[in-house]
Design a protein around this ligand. Structure first.
Ligand SMILES: *Cc1c(COP(=O)(O)O)cnc(C)c1O
Ligand SMILES: [Zn+2]
Length: 429
């Protein structure tokens, strides 16, 4: 390049890269910032998208690179800016699953397979991709999170790539694979005595004390927007159509809420037509404060003490619980709470019908879909997308006592003949 073109606007302004925030409760607008809640009323903050901004059409989107950044106009960064980090996250497969559709008694079913999300095999890569670019724009020196496991893995990996130090706080009883899957990236991992809700409270205090960017606390307004890309991808991968229903797991309730927002934004943009899908949410019965709230029908979330092996979604006091309950009710969807036994069966059903191995949260989702179908909430007219948000290799303990021990044979055909005969005999029983 012969000449360096200097940016015309000096000094550099933060709003050239990151969108400002607006309070959902009182409407006050704030400069882009790492803020947990509204300064004025403690309400929740959301990025403020410019009205009348240019939006791409289907063909323009389809020609872009296969990552969540193909939907950048709906992500919280200024038009014309290019968030530099985690450019390759998103656009996970949407897999048609006819055998799962049969098991659920629905017309058609697809799995949105974030178990292979990049780089850490859960949907948390999406939210971290947006949050870490917000941290970068804000010049925050350190990122961190309060995590039930998958967020820890994602923050550690994305921070390692960005060259940012990471401080990661987890409850003491997480699965070994999830602890290891954070440590390997060189992050500072701290186990905290207590449940996720204790960890989360601590992180809110640490964000203030050290000026860190805690992705799901003071960067939450930017973080949550990443979840919408799951809805955008579903629409595009179905051929710019909407399913009739979606089933997703709920922890803090952000994913489910943002799925609704994402479908709504593509409807508003005229990229897709038809009724918005019914949003169904699934939780483990041992930690189901959002499903209970929906069933009670009031607006007051009652926190629970988690008691389930579905640790990745064991949040007793979910930050977006009320919004998730409202999103389910307003869309005509419903909730399901399933036992730990049922979720293990859900993991096996998904694996045996689709070849996809999910973690405990995915087991909750599949078992939840079955329960909703039995309750008449899903039926033969439905085209359902089941959101699988995490990978089974991270929670193998859940299956330890339920799968058969493989037989051990000598390297002789006769020994295998005996096995084949025995297998045929059980098939014909
Ligand atoms: C975090 C998580 C969710 C749900 O997250 P929300 O807090 O409800 O957005 C779902 N599945 C898995 C595997 C997760 O790690
Ligand atoms: Zn406010």
């Amino acid at each position: 390049m012969a000449t360096q073109i200097r940016p015309s606007r000096i000094p550099f302004s933060l709003t050239d890269v990151l969108l400002p925030l607006k309070c959902r409760a009182c409407g006050v607008e704030q400069e882009p910032a790492a803020l947990t809640v509204c300064d004025a009323c403690l309400g929740p903050l959301e990025p403020l998208y410019p009205v009348g901004r240019n939006l791409p059409d289907r063909a323009t989107i389809a020609a872009r690179a296969p990552s969540l950044w193909r939907y950048q106009e709906w992500l919280p960064f200024a038009a014309g800016s290019t968030p530099p980090l985690s450019r390759d996250t998103g656009f996970s497969p949407l897999v048609e699953a006819p055998r799962l559709a049969d098991a659920l008694g629905v017309g058609r079913a697809w799995v949105k397979n974030d178990a292979v999300s990049h780089p850490t095999l859960s949907f948390k890569d999406r939210v971290v991709a947006t949050a870490i670019n917000a941290a970068h724009a804000l010049g925050l020196p350190v990122v961190g999170c309060a995590s039930t496991g998958n967020l820890a893995n994602a923050v550690a990996a994305h921070a390692a790539r960005a060259g940012l130090p990471a401080w990661i706080f987890i409850p003491e009883d997480l699965e070994p694979a999830k602890v290891l899957g954070s440590l390997v990236y060189g992050a500072n991992v701290v186990r905290v005595r207590g449940h996720y809700d204790d960890v989360n409270r601590l992180c809110a205090q640490l964000a203030d004390r050290f000026g860190w960017g805690i992705v799901n606390v003071n960067l939450r307004s930017y973080y949550g927007e990443g979840s919408k890309t799951m809805a955008f991808e579903i629409v595009e991968q179905l051929g710019w159509r909407l399913p009739t229903a979606v089933v997703a797991p709920m922890a803090g309730g952000s994913l489910l809420t943002k799925l609704g927002k994402g479908f709504g934004e593509f409807l508003d943009a005229g990229l897709v037509e038809g009724p918005s899908p019914r949003l169904h949410g699934a939780q483990a019965a041992g930690c189901a404060p959002i499903v209970r709230l929906l069933e009670r029908g009031d607006d007051v979330l009652v926190p629970e003490v988690p008691q389930t092996i579905a640790r990745s979604i064991a949040i007793g006091n979910p930050a977006d619980g009320r919004y998730a309950a409202r999103a389910m009710r307003d869309s005509g969807g419903w909730g399901a709470a399933v036992s730990d036994l049922a979720l293990v069966e859900g993991i096996r059903l998904l694996a045996e019908t689709t070849g996809i191995f999910t973690e405990t949260a995915g087991g909750v989702t599949v078992a939840g879909a079955l329960a909703l179908s039995r309750a008449g909430r899903l039926g033969a007219d439905d085209e359902v997308v089941v959101c699988i948000t995490g990978n089974g290799l991270k929670t193998t303990d859940a299956l330890r006592d339920v799968l058969p021990e493989p037989p051990l044979v000598a390297a002789r055909v006769r020994e295998v003949e005996a096995l084949v005969a025995a297998s045929a005999a059980t098939l014909h029983q």
